[in-house]
Design a protein around this ligand. Structure first.
Ligand SMILES: [Mg+2]
Length: 374
């Protein structure tokens, strides 16, 4: 079997709300959720779908960089290759766009990785979780994202999440420690008995991170995500020894070489796994295995994923049995989709799709209606 054709289709889905990170909104309402869909077709007519949905305030990739890299560099390297040789596909992509401190434009590579996984699983008539060979769970609990940077907006957001039935809240911090501690206190007061944890997205200087950590710990918080700059390994060790909380690394833990180095330095206790930041399922599953075998907590997250990225994440997280409710906040923020039938949901739980592949049934008329000119 050989990959015969790869199409890159940029689209824009409307947003119902923005998410605010320490650097600013991850994407504006006007920008919407911009994606490059990838349709991979094999010489026997088998098809698989993937997508790249970068956030330029989270990592260095943009919708334009994903589109040009997929179209001109990555896709041509895969034509004529066997889609079942997923490791070979990644080797070919890495020969074209070299890995560095991250896997080398991982969000763009993830689109092709997901399309290949979707294609081979559809061909075999199994879902992605079966391909992964583990059934840790058959559904994933979702967390609600609280990102309004002011106390009033924070309270409103928690109330909206509670009204929708959510029992876990991730709070975006990284602004000013006193204000952030107050916002987390508001969340805990309103969401009694719920799982709550802050994520600073590298927003604090070390001194502020230590101050914030003392405040969060006093409130009973147990997990604090990416408090400081991703390259500050000294600061991470200092934070770990200063608090009883687990420090979860996200931006600092993009790929295998860095995570292995962090484990050797005893600078990581909890790993945030994202299908897109790692370059797709191929590396994400290796990171999950590494984390499990090294005794790290495994935290599931995404980049405001549309249904393809969302479904892939649900298969992966359910296979490994993730430790916390997952911050897959696409359904909370994105107002439309390209599906012919909705993904299976049960309140705040995402069920593992049972259809072959990722379990997404695409509506190509909808895709055409959302087309984005780049
Ligand atoms: Mg994070």
């Amino acid at each position: 079997m050989k990959i015969e054709r790869i199409e890159a289709l940029p689209i824009r889905l409307p947003l119902k709300a923005v998410a605010t990170l320490s650097r600013g909104v991850s994407r504006t309402l006007e920008e919407g959720k911009q994606l490059v869909l990838v349709k991979m077709t094999a010489d026997d007519g088998s098809v698989g779908w993937g997508e790249a949905g970068p956030s330029r305030r989270w990592s260095a990739e943009t919708i334009h960089s994903c589109y040009t890299s997929i179209r001109h560099t990555l896709a041509p390297a895969l034509i004529g290759r066997d889609p079942f040789d997923i490791a070979g596909l990644h080797a070919a992509m890495n020969a074209e766009l070299a890995p560095g401190l991250d896997p080398g434009q991982p969000v763009a590579k993830a689109a092709l990785d997901l399309a290949a996984h979707d294609l081979v699983c559809r061909k075999l008539g199994i879902n992605l979780q079966a391909w992964l060979g583990a059934k840790g769970a058959d559904r994933i609990e979702l967390a609600y994202l609280v990102s309004a940077p002011d106390p009033e907006g924070t309270a409103k957001s928690v109330q909206a999440g509670l009204a929708e039935g959510y029992r876990a809240f991730k709070v975006k911090v990284g602004h000013e420690p006193r204000l952030d501690i107050e916002r987390v206190r508001i969340v805990l007061d309103l969401a009694k008995g719920c799982t709550v944890w802050p994520d600073a997205n590298q927003g604090y200087a070390l001194e502020d991170a230590l101050r914030a950590a003392r405040g969060f710990e006093a409130l009973g918080i147990e997990l604090f995500e990416q408090p400081i700059a991703m390259a500050d390994f000294y600061g991470m060790k200092k934070l770990l020894s200063a608090t009883r909380m687990s420090i979860a690394l996200d931006e600092a833990a993009m790929g295998l070489p860095l995570v292995i180095d962090l484990i050797r330095r005893e600078a990581i206790e909890a790993l945030v796994i994202k299908v897109n930041k790692t370059g797709g399922i191929h590396y994400a599953r290796q990171l999950c295995d590494l984390a499990r075998n090294a005794g790290l907590k495994l935290i599931g997250s995404g980049l405001m994923d549309a249904p393809i990225g969302f479904a892939a994440s649900v298969h992966l997280f359910a296979a490994y049995g993730i430790d916390y409710p997952c911050d897959l906040n696409g359904p909370q923020h994105i107002a439309g989709d390209y599906l012919a039938q909705p993904l299976p949901m049960q309140g705040r739980f995402a069920l593992v799709p049972q259809l072959p592949g990722l379990g997404v049934v695409m509506d190509e008329q909808k895709i055409a209606a959302f087309a984005l000119k780049l």
